[in-house]
Write a protein that binds this ligand. Structure first.
Ligand code: IMP
Length: 416
């Protein structure tokens, strides 16, 4: 029986998971998503053709790999179908959990209305409806993908849901759907997605019993986790390793190697605490050199330095076996490179993530910079100062950096 390899983000998302997942998808039989929705995203270029992936697992780019979308995901049929049309034929290669929750256009309208109402307290969501869809799930009033198989019944259920919540929808400025239009919409979704909807928990168990090579693909990052991130400035799902179990119906013993993905610096999109954010010229340079603009929303990302305190938290929460350090080359040319090694809270130095991260002031240690790591493929070929930087990070977080990425190119990767 095989164990599944797991990839998780260790910062605030956008760590560069795409490159590593795509690379690993080449050697795995199945790639499975377990959480989040189309708030995630990465773009891949293969033979000059660009593919935008938000929810379809990266195994879709390997013609022999199969793809599973687990029950922990919220799936917008409309957006999912848009993503599917980039690929020729997904029959027999794409399996969607009948227990995944359906995200409908009204979820996005509610998300946007709530953000507007929050004013300067807004979370800075992607506006895709993720929070409202998970909210319905947890409040036990959501709609599952399995229900799409009976569009008439689901239409009646959604219409009744709107009637019951009319004052709320009115306050949000969200119109009730016209019954006949809703039915036609859901019927259209069933026609395309119906054949892919199945019991993916049984499928997970079967492929493990068959000793298949399985890769579990995380979305977002640990600091955006609903429980372990910077609540309420988080996404609405379990982004950490444990989410892979509940989001796919497997048990902790089914998990094999856990690879955590981290950038050599740090970014965040949306609002909320980010102690090592750099508001000056160096932050701007990180944004420029790292092309730090959101794939899903195009927003400029907030940029700053590697936060070793938050990283230790992430390594422990996820049970990380090795870290994959991404975008080392973005630090090329800096005279010195800073790392947040501790926080100061109420005049005291602490080395853990406090209840209110907002109150933490970073304490930095500086390391000498280097000229160029871009394109380097052997650890020994890195400049000495870059090697020292990586070794210092490993010591601070107590975990090996087994993979180091030195450019977006697949081959520009150091494996140790
Ligand atoms: P939501 O997931 O759209 O509700 O957004 C909640 C928070 O998570 C916001 O700060 C978003 O910017 C952030 N977020 C959601 N998805 C991603 C992602 O894929 N990368 C980085 N940040 C994300």
């Amino acid at each position: 029986m095989s164990k599944a390899d797991l990839i998780v983000g260790l910062q605030w998302g956008d760590e560069g998971k795409g490159k590593i997942v795509d690379h690993m998808a080449q050697t795995h039989d199945y790639v499975c998503r377990f959480a989040g929705g189309h708030n995630a995203g990465h773009t891949i270029v293969i033979d000059g053709k660009k593919y935008a992936l938000h929810l379809i697992p990266s195994g879709v780019l390997n013609p022999t790999a199969k793809n599973i979308v687990g029950n922990g995901v919220v799936l917008s049929p409309k957006d999912f179908i848009k993503e599917m049309v980039q690929f020729d034929n997904l029959d027999g290669r794409l399996f969607l959990s009948d227990k995944a929750h359906v995200l409908l256009p009204y979820h996005a309208l509610i998300d946007q209305a709530k953000e507007r109402l929050k004013g300067d307290k807004a979370i800075g969501t992607t506006g895709k409806g993720i929070g409202p869809a998970y909210g319905d799930k947890i409040a036990r009033v959501g709609h599952r993908l399995g229900e799409l198989l009976n569009p008439e019944k689901l239409t009646a259920k959604i219409v009744a849901y709107f009637e019951m919540n009319k004052p709320v929808f009115d306050a949000m400025g969200v119109d009730a759907p016209v019954e006949s239009e809703l039915l036609a919409e859901l019927q259209g979704y069933k026609d395309v997605l119906g054949k892919h909807i199945t019991d993916t928990t049984q499928l997970m168990w079967k492929i493990m019993d068959e000793d298949k090579k399985i890769l579990l693909e995380g979305a977002q990052g640990t600091m955006l986790d609903i429980d372990h991130g910077t609540y309420p400035y988080v996404t609405s799902s379990t982004t950490v390793s444990a989410g892979a179990c509940s989001g796919l119906g497997i048990n902790p013993k089914d998990i094999g190697k856990v690879t955590g993905i981290a950038k050599a610096y740090c970014t965040r999109v949306g609002n909320g605490p980010f102690p090592s954010e750099d508001f000056g010229a160096e932050g701007d340079l990180l944004r420029k050199n790292g092309h730090e603009f959101g794939t899903t929303t195009g927003r400029p990302r907030r940029c700053g330095w590697f936060d070793a305190v938050a990283m230790r938290h992430a390594v422990r929460v996820n049970g990380v076996d090795q870290v994959s350090l991404m975008k080392l080359d973005v630090l090329d040319g800096f005279d010195e490179v800073k790392v947040c090694v501790a926080y100061e809270v109420d005049g005291k130095e602490i080395n853990y993530v406090p209840y209110e991260l907002e109150d933490a002031t970073p304490i930095y240690k500086s390391f000498p910079g280097w000229d160029k790591t871009e394109g380097v493929r052997e650890f020994d070929a890195l400049p000495d100062t870059a090697k020292s930087y990586i070794k210092a990070l490993e010591e601070m977080i107590g975990t090996k950096m087994g993979i180091i990425s030195t450019s977006p190119e697949r081959e520009d990767t150091i494996i140790r």
